[in-house]
Structures are given as C-alpha cells and as structure tokens.
Design a protein around this ligand. Structure first.
Ligand code: AHG
Ligand code: MN
Ligand code: MN
Length: 335
C-alpha cells in the first residue's frame, strides 16, 4: 500500500480480499471517518463555536457530561444511522442501545463507541479522541438488543480510534495489523501515514494515575515501586512516567514509542461497587485489539481483556496494556 492512500481506498482494497464483500464495511468506516472529521472540526474550533464546558446532564455512569460528549455522540448517531451499514449502535453516552429510526435500512454491523474519550481534557486544550469497536450483527435481527452486543473482544471485526491532537490521526485494525491515517485538513481526507505499526519491545515508560497509590492492590504497588527504584533497583534502569488522562493519547504514545498503561481496579473502586474505571465494550476491547495487533498485550491482571465474557454494555474492567514483556510482568505479579 502506498503512503498517502486515502482511508476509503485502503478499505476498498482490504475488502477485495473477502469473497462476497458488498462494500458495506467500506461504507461503515467512511461513516465513522465523517463523524470523526466533524468532531475534529469542533474540537479544533472550541470556544469559537461555543462547544467547550459542561452540559447540564449526567450519563448512565453518573459522570458529568461535557457539551462535546453530547455533541460527539449526536454526530456519531447522525453519521451512522441512515446509511444502511449498521443494525445498532451503543455508546458510553447512551443508557440503552440506540435503535435506528423506523424505515432506515439495516446493515450487518454493530458499532460501540466512546464518542469523546478524555473529555476532562477538552476545556484545557489537551488531546482527546473517539474510540470505536465493530461487531458483526446477528443475522435477521431488525432491532438488536443489549444481548446481541455482548460478545467478547475476540469477536471484533475491527477496532480503532481517532486522536484529536496536534494532528488528527485515525488508527485502525481489521485484524491484520495496525495502520494510521493522518487527516489532511486542506482537502478533508484521512491519508495512510503508517502501516504495520509495532509497539517497541524495549520500553521504560509507565502511565498510571499515581494519586490513587494508597488504594492499589499489591501486584500494582510492587510493579510501580520497582519502576520507581530505577537503576538502583531490581529493574536496573530508570523509568519515565506519563499520565495524559486521555486513554487515546496514552495508547497512541505506546504504539509510537512503547510503554505500559494501567488503570487497575483498586480498593476505592471496589468500595464503590465497581470492577474498574474503564468500560470493557467501547474502551478496553477496541484498545486491546489494537495493542495486540501491534504486538503488545492487554490484560485485566488475571485475564486477557479480549476474552472477558461481557455481562452488560457499560461493564467496567481493570486495564493493563502495552509492551508485551511489561504487561506479562504485571500479570505474573498477579499470580
Ligand atoms: P471518558 O472521558 O470517556 O470518561 O474517559 C476518560 C478515561 C480515560 O481516557 C483516562 O485514562 C481516564 O479516564 C482518566 O481517569 P482519571 O481522571 O481517574 O485519571
Ligand atoms: Mn473514555
Ligand atoms: Mn467518553
């Protein structure tokens, strides 16, 4: 594939390899790209178009929504619901599965998304992103319900994210490696800029919110303490720390220069009756697929994320992902 190929050309070429491909998948990715371009435009304009700040609403997770959380969710719905590529849509920002309007053509895919990840960063002009996961819709189901979406991450057909940073970059896997597309704003196209992305194996960078340290479980405490001991400790090298508070930005850094990202469960999260902070279906699963496709690993600490059997659409899980050797070390500490 030539660098500079458009996302549309890229997916058309991929589809050629599948017998009986109808072009629906290419259409679906195009819809998602349209939504991402519109979100990118608003993120970029910010105060100029009055989209910053809080909305007066909470989502199903009891989190205060930002105006841009709500707008991004609406843009995803608008881009996807009329084109005949999907049968249903689930999102962080909607309690229930979004049903397509009566009469809208149904397609054979299900989409799950986090329309705006890292939205606490939006008002301070730090990178945010959109995460998406694509599943096959069950045959012959007009209006899929929650149970139809509850498939383990291994069943994802494709996954990706769009990072709204200094450049807008869409990262995609369809199960045979990871590719990156950079938005050329002059003519509004995502152009292929990196293929066969591999997470570097030698890394010395970790990302975790250190302010929760007193609540951590012992395997996490042990791993991070050893990193902090640096050259003088068991690891024999100095580590660097980053915490952007946008998972999309953390994963993008890890794809680019390696490292480990951890949002583990801890005593405080458990006391609130939860299993983690990040959501399995539209944060952990798509990121786990991307990371694995780039040669990394993604675990809850005790189980491969992609094999977690989902119980509900907004389910939360502990997330530890990145360079394989580091992730395996944390897993080993979990015994
Ligand atoms: P969202 O904005 O979609 O709710 O997700 C934010 C997530 C994730 O991107 C980030 O890694 C984490 O929450 C940050 O959490 P803390 O504020 O607890 O560090
Ligand atoms: Mn998120
Ligand atoms: Mn979000």
């Amino acid at each position: 594939m030539r660098i500079g190929t458009t996302l549309t050309n890229y997916t058309i070429n991929k589809q050629k390899g599948f017998q009986g491909a109808s072009g629906t998948f290419t259409g679906l990715l195009n819809d998602i790209a349209v939504a991402c371009k519109r979100i990118a435009d608003l993120v970029n304009k910010g105060d100029l178009v009055g989209v910053l700040g809080a909305a007066d609403t909470e989502n199903v997770q009891g989190e205060q929504q930002k105006k841009l959380d709500v707008i991004s969710n609406d843009l995803m719905i608008e881009a996807l619901q009329h084109n005949g590529h999907i049968a249903g849509l689930a999102s962080e920002e909607m309690d229930e599965i979004h049903q397509l309007p009566k009469g809208a053509r149904r397609g054979n895919y299900l989409v799950l998304c986090d329309p705006l990840d890292g939205s606490s960063n939006i008002d301070i002009n730090v990178s945010v992103g959109t995460i998406f996961s694509i599943l096959k819709a069950p045959e012959g189901v007009e209006n899929p319900d929650e149970a139809d979406f509850l498939k383990p991450g291994t069943e994802q057909i494709a996954a990706g994210y769009c990072l709204y940073g200094p450049a807008t970059i869409l990262v995609l896997t369809t199960g045979d490696g990871v590719s990156m597309f950079t938005l050329n704003r002059d003519f509004g196209e995502f152009l292929l800029t990196r293929e066969h992305v591999r997470i570097p194996e030698q890394t010395a960078e970790f990302a975790i919110n250190m302010s929760y340290r007193r609540h951590w479980d012992s395997p996490v405490e042990r791993y991070i303490s050893e990193c902090l001991e640096g050259k003088d400790g068991l690891r024999g090298k100095d580590f660097n720390m980053r915490w952007v508070a946008s998972m999309v930005a953390e994963v993008h850094r890890i794809l680019t220069r390696g490292g480990i990202f951890m949002y583990p469960c801890d005593a405080k999260i458990r006391a609130a009756g939860k299993d983690g902070k990040l959501r399995l279906m539209y944060e952990a699963n798509p990121m786990a697929m991307i990371v694995e496709q780039a040669g990394g690993a993604a675990t809850t600490g005790t189980q491969r994320i992609l094999e977690v059997a989902p119980q509900e659409i907004h389910q939360r899980v502990p997330v530890i992902l990145g360079s394989r050797a580091e992730v395996e070390r944390v897993e080993a500490y979990h015994g």
